[in-house]
Design a protein around this ligand. Sequence first.
Ligand code: PLP
Length: 395
Amino acid sequence: MTLANGRPYLAIPGPSVMPDRVLAAMQRPSPNIYEGPLADLTETLWPDLRALAGTAENVAIFIANGHGTWEAANANLFSRGDKALVLATGRFGHGWAESARAMGVEVEMIDFGTSTAIDPARLEAALRADTEGRIRAVLATHVDTSSSVKSDVPALRAAIDAAGHPALLAVDCIATMGCDEYRMDAWGVDVTVAASQKGLMTPPGLGFVWFSEKARAVTARSDLRTPYWDWGPRADAAEFWQYWAGTAPTHHLFALREALDMIGEEGLPNVWNLHKALARTVHVAIDAWGAGNPAIALNVADPAARGHSVTAARFGSPDAARLRQWTETEAGVTLGIGLGQVPADGWLRVAHMGHVNAHMTLGALAVMEAGLKALGIPHGQGALSAAAAVVAAEA
Ligand SMILES: *Cc1c(COP(=O)(O)O)cnc(C)c1O
């Protein structure tokens, strides 16, 4: 017998669960892509996207996933031979660096490993050492989805200012937009990238790049910019097609409109608080299991350095892979694979991003506990009541 029938739950860090309202919004015939409802709807997106990132500045939408937004940012920020200073806290930081390198940008990497946040003092020292001023931009990841490490973005700005360096600050918020608190202007960020399929509850395919006027001015002569990736017309299109450099991503835009309405109805601070509470349920549960088995542990020891949309944890090799297999085939919950951790089959990730609520996360945790029992994996007691207590206290 399997207990997996019923509505499956994809608890991986993107694509996330799509709300029925978002799915329903896409059930329509192809619209006119020159004028009319689609063009009118698009005009309503810009103020909401600015508010989402906490900026009064520019935003461009690319028909792309997260990797596409890295290239979009690189193409606008850099000229061939410019230098990027990349601060990595997991696989995705390295991914942005590889993208920049492949485009002809010289990359200086500071690798903070996979369990600790960026140390702003090392950023400041690297910028002070750049006496020729070759570093055009600092690229950092808010939460690296592979490790679930969160870094303190205002502290990065403060380190750049303390060094007196003109480098722009660009931040990957693909895992955090609409999940963790983020305030682009207040935190002094010049460029922010995000994608549609995580906290924004929309199918993969829309990539967002927010950029300051300062970033636009500093990079006006960047020679990596090509027509498709140029952020200029996308932020200030004279004609509707120029927002997209061609055909609009029609149905994605209806989906995004609905998702932004849902976030607006809930209120962004409430959405942040929900993610914070659900993250805590996962943290206390894994801590409790780990108390009975040293192989089980959260990846990030410092609570302040844990992202609120995804949790990476060690369950031991190959028990993490066995547990993932069990929860999917026996109970209908798909957990995230270990990414960038060694050995990969000793790690897993639980996503709690976007359209999630207490019953979904508590359900996923209960299924994980059932799997630990079914597979005979030793674990400490009290995980589920600890998680329930978090919900009782936060609700
Ligand atoms: C998911 C993710 C990416 C990659 O996005 P894709 O849409 O898979 O290309 C990059 N960075 C972070 C932080 C992510 O969470």
